[in-house]
Ligand binder design. Structure first.
Ligand code: UFG
Length: 337
């Protein structure tokens, strides 16, 4: 029988896509979210509970009420730059509150956990593409808090009767405009939505660094469509169901694209010019991050199928157009009919 899944952070960008796909695969989905962006989100296909992950009483009541038997945890602070200037907020939410949340879930008898981690746990690459066994030297509090929770789950699985899959996302991007879900952070810091915004507003996109040791001098990232990321969560649940073997998996395509390549692709699809401003490097950025996702393919049978740069950008453009023309744009992250 399909599990009842609690998706913490299920009203956010990645969480909403995971929740949607789980529901489309006949899982019973309970979205548990603090609605930190004040976003509108009341999908017909999931139960929504508004609450803080640190509210252990509410977490336990929700698990009991909906007979939850697996947790997908993607509630987190995410802006890498802000994690350096305001680490307290990141240690609070991503570490302390997350530890309280996992402990409440464990005490309620939940045995299956899928955790959203990040390529930020690796730090500066020593070898590329990045394999899961690469050294982990996170450069910022965001990556450090993700790594710390990876350890917590490892230790929990050793000591208690639980299993986990930790998924290390590379650059989640794209949207599901036809479903009405997509990216809308406030403030937005990610390249693709900012480049599309520059296209629409003619306010220049800042290119952070043109002097990297890459072919065109701009930084290279591994962009993976958010729906491919969502699919990996279903395959991780199936894997744990079958094998009960915990593990870590990179989610990326193995192919890198430079900032200039992203801009050129947006221009060629939209037929418009992205105004740009060349700036110094952004603090904490590294030249190249590309995944070795062979383990996810081998063990989870995961293959990114929607992650060509063209498709990612087409879906992000459609989503941004919907949002741009919506009067309520800044109030909405996700809106599902
Ligand atoms: N960039 C620009 N201009 C912008 C925004 C970004 O040039 O206005 C560049 C960045 O410097 C970087 C690339 O575009 O080289 C991608 O930047 P994003 O902010 O879109 O994504 P990051 O690679 O910084 O961050 C992603 C995830 C994080 C994760 C991190 C790990 O979004 O959650 O990878 O390093 F932690």
């Amino acid at each position: 029988m399909k599990k009842n899944i609690l998706v913490a952070g299920g009203a956010g960008y990645i969480g909403s896509h995971i929740a949607y796909l789980l529901a489309a695969h006949d899982y019973q989905v309970v979205i548990f979210d603090s609605f930190v962006y004040d976003q509108e989100f009341s999908p017909s296909w999931a139960t929504v509970v508004k609450g803080e992950i640190a509210d252990t009483k509410l977490v336990q009541e929700t698990i009991k009420k909906y007979d939850i038997n697996a947790i997908v945890h993607c509630a987190a602070r995410i802006e890498v730059g802000r994690s350096v200037t305001d680490p307290a907020d990141f240690y609070q939410t991503n570490l302390i509150d997350t530890a309280l949340f996992f402990e409440a879930a464990r005490k309620s008898g939940v045995k299956t956990y899928i955790f959203s981690s990040s390529c930020a746990v690796y730090g500066d690459p020593v070898t590329l593409p990045l394999h899961e066994s690469h050294s982990k030297n996170p450069l910022n509090p965001y990556g450090k808090t993700k790594r710390a929770i990876e350890w917590l789950l490892e230790d929990y699985a050793q000591a208690y009767d639980i299993q986990y899959v930790t998924l290390r996302y590379f650059n989640a991007s794209g949207a599901l405009p036809e479903v009405g879900i997509g990216e809308c952070h406030d403030p937005e810091t990610h390249l693709i939505p900012l480049a599309i915004d520059a296209l629409q507003t003619q306010r220049p996109l800042k290119i952070f660094g043109t002097d990297y040791s890459t072919p065109d001098g701009t930084a290279i990232r591994d962009y993976v469509h958010v729906i491919d990321i969502a699919k990996a969560h279903i395959q991780a649940l199936e894997h744990l169901d079958k094998t009960a073997i915990s593990g870590y998996f990179n989610l990326g395509t193995g192919e890198g694209h430079s900032v200039k390549k992203v801009i050129e692709t947006i221009e060629s699809i939209s037929g418009k010019k992205v105004p740009i401003l060349e700036m110094p490097r952004r603090e904490g950025d590294t030249a190249i991050l590309v995944a070795d996702a062979e383990e996810a393919r081998r063990i989870l049978n995961w293959k990114p199928e929607h992650s060509s740069l063209e498709f990612i950008i087409q879906s992000a453009l459609k989503w941004e157009l919907i949002r741009f023309h919506d009067q309520r744009q800044k109030k909405i992250i996700v809106s599902v009919a």
